[in-house]
Write a protein that binds this ligand. Structure first.
Ligand code: AMP
Length: 188
């Protein structure tokens, strides 16, 4: 069993790379962002609780996120491996994930971080803005998400680095080159 966390800021290309990695390695894909969007779109009790928070671009509280993730793990008892995308975003989430994996008799084997600087992310968004007509509140939300990443989520990296589980891959360049480097990091 191989379990992987794909890490990186909003706009780093995690979604695109996740799809390619799933096709190659057969991971069960767990994206907490997708799960929250499903709940809000379907107006579930959980969806109603997190809608406002998501709309603001802030992180959903750990307790809600961790419980949702645990439910999702229970739905996939026979998975050959998991790819976590957008989770963990805090050290508390990373610790909870280790605990859940240990309970399953497995572990998070690797954390692969797409390295894209804050400036590069902001440049990409500024470029995108020239061709799209995002509303101002969409821009505010995106800014908030970027801030949440660079002020809160980055602290998860040293947690994994200290344990020798972190590998960093340059996230700037051609999609297929980045994909090749990700596969090399996973297979190493
Ligand atoms: P994403 O598509 O992964 O960027 O997630 C969209 C939104 O869902 C985020 O801006 C957060 O509000 C929420 N979210 C997703 N994953 C998490 C997480 N691991 N912890 C807290 N909030 C999250």
């Amino acid at each position: 069993m191989l379990n992987l966390v794909l890490f990186g800021p909003p706009g780093a290309g995690k979604g695109t790379q996740s799809e390619k990695l799933i096709a190659r390695y057969g991971f069960v894909h767990i994206s907490t962002g997708d799960l929250f969007r499903w709940h809000t779109a379907n107006n579930t009790e959980l969806g109603l609780r997190v809608k406002e928070i998501m709309n603001s671009g802030e992180l959903v509280p750990d307790s809600i996120t961790i419980d949702m993730l645990n439910e999702e793990l229970k739905k996939n008892p026979d998975a050959k491996g998991f790819l976590f995308d957008g989770f963990p975003r805090t050290v508390a989430q990373a610790e909870a994930l280790d605990k859940f994996m240990a309970e399953k008799g497995t572990a998070i084997h690797k954390v692969v971080a797409l390295d894209v600087s804050e400036q590069e992310i902001r440049d990409r968004i500024a470029k995108r803005k020239l061709t799209s007509n995002r509303a101002d509140d969409e821009d505010d939300k995106l800014n908030k998400r970027i801030n949440e990443y660079f002020t809160k989520t980055v602290h998860v990296l040293p947690f994994y680095e200290k344990q020798g589980r972190l590998q960093t891959v340059n996230g700037i360049g051609e999609i297929d080159v980045i994909y090749g480097n990700l596969c090399a990091a996973i297979d190493s």
